[in-house]
Design a binder for this molecule. Structure first.
Ligand SMILES: NC(=O)C1=CN([C@@H]2O[C@H](COP(=O)(O)OP(=O)(O)OC[C@H]3O[C@@H](n4cnc5c(N)ncnc54)[C@H](O)[C@@H]3O)[C@@H](O)[C@H]2O)C=CC1
Ligand SMILES: O=C(O)CCC(=O)C(=O)O
Length: 424
């Protein structure tokens, strides 16, 4: 048993959706909840000092009824250890299934990672490359452009995506296979706008949510938890819509900037000092203070299990845009709903990333590339439709947005499952 088991949370969300849909059949519920396959691999790496270190990696393939498995690869060392990480990737792969369904991209759900923290463990570039290629080798049998297409996630970047693509191509008789992975640099067959996609998509969903509750984004106050790919671009695009960032955090701490600050200035500071902490004019605060800051839009954009019941009771925001996966515990959802805070659940708020990953894969498959605007506009259509569908359903059935998005997503996956049936 792991504490705060994310897979138990993901399963609860599936069951909640089944309750709304009147699905009582235990077999169907189990089919929807459980991953199709979980691969756990041992990755031996020769470290720079000549010693061998063995790492553990995972790939969880949740559901491929609507298309090939799709989802990121993270390099992280969650507090609960390797066993927690296995449950974490299982949950994350489940959320990928529902995410692809709610924004209607024809892909399924997968997720993977290695239990390692490249930042705090200070692996050299060579060690990291050997680890990445070793992992790619170990999962090479289960991934592929028509099977399972990984992407970046926490502490992985275009560099690791390139190394995985290159390893996979070499293992397949040097067949150029850009479609095996997304989030690649542009020079490696990546898509324009993928780098900003998760944050941009989150900003689009906030714009729709703000319209729905008649909140003017001009001058709206934004709090960002995490200061990586998802949250910085969410902050930058919200800024472009007129909002102002007044508190941020990273793994080293949280700060409040009462007067607000340009995201680009905070990025500059982090690049120089290694953290957002110490930003001129800011005050160090606790994680709880960050999350419960009085603001208009709270963007939890780092890790799961951040908004507990205790935090939920103290929240002072109008919209929560879950740029991270699984930031809210199930115990907090009813409290937040009662407080009339509009939650844009993770599977919708951060789906811009997978939307543009899908478009990257499409471009790789056809060998023809679109402009930034073409890609961003396609994503905007999918994500705003996803928001509107879910919002309408939440109002119709008087359910929270998490249940509403899950209901729509589960329905779409079940439709595909019903068409195919079980074989053999
Ligand atoms: N990169 C992508 O395209 C997508 C990412 N996501 C989700 O967004 C979240 C963040 O991922 P990325 O931005 O890609 O990762 P990243 O590696 O670019 O950034 C992670 C950030 O989280 C911060 N962080 C780590 N531990 C923290 C803690 N305890 N408190 C506060 N901040 C902490 C780090 O300092 C860093 O700023 C994850 O939940 C990920 O699954 C979701 C969809 C797509
Ligand atoms: O871009 C992708 O394929 C998936 C990104 C991801 O891991 C996520 O949306 O959580």
């Amino acid at each position: 048993m792991v504490k705060n088991d994310p897979f138990a949370n993901a399963t609860k969300q599936v069951n909640d959706a089944c309750d709304v849909l009147g699905i009582k059949d235990k077999g169907i519920r189990e089919y929807l909840a459980m991953p199709n396959r979980i691969l756990r691999v041992k990755i031996p790496v020769t470290m720079d000092n000549g010693k061998i270190r063995v790492f553990t990696g995972f790939r969880s393939q949740h559901n491929n009824d609507r298309g090939p498995y799709k989802g990121g690869i993270r390099y992280f060392n969650p507090e609960g250890g390797v066993e927690y990480m296995e449950r974490e990737v299982m949950a994350l792969s489940s959320w990928m299934t529902w995410k692809c369904a709610i924004v209607d991209v024809p892909l399924g759900g997968g997720k993977g990672g290695i239990y390692v923290n490249p930042k705090t463990e200070k692996l050299s570039e060579n060690e990291l490359e050997r680890l990445t290629r070793g992992f790619a080798y170990k999962i090479s049998e289960v991934i592929g452009p028509e099977k399972d297409i990984p992407a970046p996630d926490v502490y992985t970047t275009g560099k690791e995506m390139t190394q995985i693509m290159d390893t996979f191509s070499k293992l397949n008789g040097n067949k150029y296979s850009p479609g095996v992975i997304t989030g690649k640099p542009i020079s490696m067959g990546g898509s324009l706008a993928r780098n900003v996609a998760t944050g941009l998509g989150a900003a689009y969903t906030v714009r729709e949510a703000a319209k729905a509750i008649k909140l003017n984004l001009k001058g709206a106050k934004v709090v960002l938890q995490g200061f990586g790919n998802a949250s910085t671009f969410a902050g930058e695009y919200l800024e472009k819509m007129g909002a102002k960032v007044i508190a941020v955090s990273d793994s080293k701490g949280s700060i409040s900037i009462p007067k607000g600050a340009k995201v680009s200035k905070i990025i500059e500071h982090k690049q120089k000092k290694g953290s957002v902490v110490g930003f001129p004019g800011s005050k160090k605060i606790s994680t709880e203070e960050l999350l419960t800051t009085k603001c208009d839009v709270l963007v939890p954009g780092a890790l799961e299990n951040q908004i507990t019941a205790k935090i939920a009771n103290k929240l002072q925001c109008k919209i929560i845009a879950e740029a991270a996966n699984g930031p809210t515990l199930p115990e907090a959802d009813p409290i937040i709903y009662k407080k009339k805070i509009l939650v844009i659940p993770d599977i919708l708020a951060n789906s811009g990333g997978v939307c543009i990953s899908y478009l990257e894969w499409v471009q790789n498959n056809m060998g023809y590339y679109w402009t930034f605007d073409e890609v961003a506009n396609k994503m905007e259509k999918n994500i705003t439709k996803g928001f509107k569908d879910a919002y309408a359903l939440s109002k119709k059935h008087k359910i929270d947005m998490r249940k509403a998005t899950m209901v729509l997503a589960v329905e779409r996956v079940l439709e595909a499952f019903d068409q195919k049936g079980i074989w053999p």
